[in-house]
Write a protein that binds this ligand. Structure first.
Ligand SMILES: [Zn+2]
Ligand SMILES: [Zn+2]
Length: 365
């Protein structure tokens, strides 16, 4: 086959049928993984030192959304992270999109499914707006793509930045397809320049971090916690976020939804003494509790992994919370001993190691 259009028609005619058959050694699978990427490279004389082309219809089993992607090797070499150009077929194989897209897996791993969905969308929206500055781009008009119901399909939909949609029944001619591809490659290149000015991981953080995450004190945090919804977090080490530098030193971001999760996990009880009572919060209609970072966030520099995780956040009644901050050391010590031994294992699962003595040190003065 020498024609991209014919390749798409072949997929449109055969994919759903082949999907019923064995995945291993399927010739359509081979066609998607090997033949189409080769054809694309040749058609547009792609510099293979700079670009990589991959096709996939699943690993060990058929994917709902087959794809063929072009990766700029300076940015990424995998569909799991970074930015890339990709042909995505919808689950019903009615459509194929050429989409400037982002690796959903990265967001899912980094932030969990719920927050990851919000974050990837924020980044694609911001990039969309940034690319709007570039004039003469009809591809920005495709605001959304629609692939189906699967988790990966949803990930691609959220990661979509700009692109073009083709109905497989009424595909345009080859020249149009190739022309679109070349134009989209130019947009991909412009995106790369945009990313270079702001480094890749930094841009993601600055795009997704609202100012509300830069809460500078716990009173404000606990106010936000009342309002915020909780986030289901994976129990695994989390990378620390970039601090903001202020006159008083570094400010580490605190995410109220994580603190909310910690309080929910404690069933709205005081973790120093479950019998302690506060009052019913008018916002949550639950017992009012406050979130406290057992290892205070201003020691974040000493730790490899984020301290803003449920493993390091304890739920305390207001009295206990004030006590652990302002009480005499003997009283604080009693609280720390109890909370430390209950938390030690969980802290380790978040990649945070500290001895009781080290923890106590942080509460002296
Ligand atoms: Zn506190
Ligand atoms: Zn208490």
């Amino acid at each position: 086959m020498e024609n991209l259009r014919e390749c798409f028609i072949k997929i449109s005619n055969e994919y759903l049928n082949e999907k019923e058959k064995n995945f291993a050694k399927n010739s359509l699978g081979y066609f998607i993984r090997k033949d189409i990427p080769e054809l694309i490279k040749n058609k547009i004389n792609l510099d293979i030192k700079k670009y990589k082309v991959d096709g996939s219809c699943g690993q060990g089993g058929w994917a709902a959304v087959p794809w063929i992607a072009i990766f700029d090797k300076d940015i990424t070499q995998s569909a799991q992270e970074g930015y890339y150009l990709v042909y995505l077929f919808d689950e019903k194989i009615n459509k194929v999109y050429l989409s400037l897209n982002q690796g959903w897996t990265f967001y899912k791993k980094e932030f969990g499914k719920k927050k990851g969905s919000e974050n990837i969308k924020k980044v694609s929206d911001k990039l969309k707006r940034k690319l709007l500055i570039l004039k003469d781009r009809s591809y920005k008009d495709l605001e959304e793509i629609s692939l189906g119901e699967g988790n990966l399909a949803k990930g691609y939909e959220l990661g979509h930045i700009c692109g073009v949609e083709y109905d497989l029944k009424t595909l345009p001619n080859e020249n149009v397809l190739i022309n679109d591809l070349i134009n989209m490659l130019n947009i991909y290149l412009e995106l790369k320049h945009l990313l270079y000015i702001n480094d890749f991981s930094k841009i993601i953080e600055s795009y997704i971090l609202d100012d509300k995450l830069f809460i500078t004190n716990e009173d404000e945090l606990n106010f936000q916690v009342q309002e915020s919804s909780s986030e289901e977090m994976e129990i695994s080490p989390k990378k620390k976020l970039t601090p903001r530098i202020s006159e008083n030193g570094k400010i580490w971001p605190r995410d109220p939804s994580i603190s909310k999760g910690a309080i929910e996990k404690a069933n709205f009880l005081c973790e120093f003494d479950n019998n302690h009572q506060s009052f019913i919060s008018d916002t949550t209609k639950k017992q009012y509790m406050e979130a406290h970072h057992l290892i205070p966030l201003n020691y974040q520099d000493e730790f490899e992994n984020s301290l803003d995780v449920i493993g390091n956040i304890v739920s305390l009644c207001p009295t206990c919370h004030k006590k652990i901050h302002y009480g005499i050391f003997r009283e604080k010590e009693k609280m720390l001993e109890k909370l430390y031994f209950e938390r030690k294992k969980l802290l380790e699962r978040f990649g945070i190691e500290i001895t009781l003595e080290e923890l106590k040190e942080k509460y002296k003065k």
